[in-house]
Ligand binder design. Structure first.
Ligand SMILES: *Cc1c(COP(=O)(O)O)cnc(C)c1O
Length: 399
């Protein structure tokens, strides 16, 4: 019911709005992706790499102290324990295998915080492929360590100096590069965004998260579904993977946390599903933060990985139809939640994932409710951000 249709639409959202020159390679990809993903050869290679290279299955951990605090049975899906520190590698592994099968020799990707850039550079090193990453010049400065990691892995990092010089501009530049090299280049998109078939490809690559949840829950609680699923949303890929195998199961309630920045009533926000209107961004019809005459507005959040003025079309559809509940989490609420998980469970979450943790406070549970929350990434990259806002966590003492 909520699946993508043949033309790439989720309800009225999605599609492939691309320049004429890309029409051929987008169509080629649309025709190629399902047979590749469904082939035994692909599955064998993909699952072998997920197991031995990424370190899957990622654990499903019962968080005892947090469960007591929030009056529910809270399980954390530990995507933070994957190689390179987040869920992003599930997708880049799959897409690079697809690129190879399609005979492509050069990989490009966009990145904001640098997490997708690192995950892409990593699989390019693994597969001996040429790699160029597009990254806003502002982010190149803000996320210096990830830039160094990409370079060390052999990728060329191209700073993008148009617009606000952040993620949205990096996406535009990657699409421009793709227009110039449609023959040999494969564009590895980092989230459930972009023209069809990307939102569907990325959701399928990340769906391993809920595939594992099914048997892990069966093993732990004797039934294969939870009462609640919680995930943070930037473009929507870790959320898509978390809910994929439960979308049509109405017993499971879906709560998504988007980044409100300073608040949805201010101009400093990235809460696209609260503040956006219908429009087209990076090849898809979806909800977009834009001015009345259709200029894309800059997103604002403390979390570089959620800093996107659009949202994957699948999530625009689920939210509009009421299948998912979207909560807007402010910077200070995320910081506090990050400290809370750190001090109560000994897990420092990525600041993106901390938005999902902050959702717990805004929800009401019964004692036996089983809640699965995806910790999309680890917080090593965010330690400076957390420490420079430690006044938010005063109750944990002076440190
Ligand atoms: C990139 C990133 C996100 C946001 O991307 P989605 O596609 O919405 O999942 C969330 N968490 C972490 C740790 C990330 O690196």
């Amino acid at each position: 019911m909520y699946q993508v249709d043949d033309k790439g639409f989720f309800g009225k959202f999605g599609g492939a709005y691309v320049p004429e020159i890309l029409y051929k390679c987008v169509t080629e990809l649309q025709e190629a992706y399902k047979p590749i993903i469904e082939s035994e050869e692909f599955k064998k290679e993909y699952y072998a790499l997920l197991k031995d290279y990424v370190g899957r299955p990622s654990p499903l951990y019962y968080a005892k102290r947090m469960s007591e605090k929030y009056g529910c049975q809270l399980y954390l899906k530990r995507e933070d324990l994957n190689h390179t520190g987040a869920h992003k590698i599930n997708n880049t592994i799959g897409q690079i295998l697809m690129a190879k099968k399609m005979g492509k020799t050069r990989i490009i990707a966009e990145t904001g915080a640098g997490q997708h850039g690192v995950a892409t550079a990593t699989v390019c090193a693994l597969m001996d492929m040429k790699c160029e990453i597009f990254m806003g010049a502002t982010d190149v400065e803000r996320q210096h360590t990830n830039v160094e990691r990409m370079k060390m892995l052999g990728a060329k990092v191209n700073p993008v100096r148009t617009g606000n010089m952040t993620l949205s501009d990096a996406c535009s530049e990657a699409i421009r590069d793709w227009c110039c090299h449609p023959q040999d280049t494969f564009y590895i998109v980092g989230s459930t965004m972009g023209p069809h078939p990307y939102p569907d490809i990325v959701a399928k690559m990340q769906s391993v998260i809920s595939e594992e949840l099914k048997w892990q829950l069966e093993e732990k609680i004797g039934r294969d579904y939870p009462d609640y699923l919680i995930a943070c949303v930037g473009g929507g890929s870790n959320a898509a993977g978390t809910i994929y195998h439960y979308i049509d199961d109405e017993r499971v309630q879906i709560y998504l946390a988007e980044a409100a920045g300073h608040g949805i009533d201010t101009n400093y926000t990235a809460a696209t599903m609260h503040c956006g209107t219908e429009g087209i961004i990076h090849g898809a019809r979806t909800l977009v933060m834009q001015t009345e005459d259709g200029q894309i507005e800059e997103a604002f959040t403390i979390s570089a990985g959620l800093d996107y003025p659009g949202i994957g079309p699948m999530h625009a559809d689920l939210a509009t139809r009421g299948r998912s509940h979207v909560l807007a989490i402010k910077d200070d609420e995320a910081i506090y939640a990050g400290y809370e998980l750190t001090r109560m469970e000994g897990i420092i979450p990525a600041i993106e994932s901390a938005h999902a943790v902050a959702a717990l406070k805004k929800m009401k549970f019964k004692k036996d409710d089983v809640v699965v929350l995806t910790v999309s990434g680890r917080g090593d990259k965010d330690v400076e951000t957390y420490l420079s806002h430690k006044e938010m966590a005063k109750e944990y003492g002076d440190f």
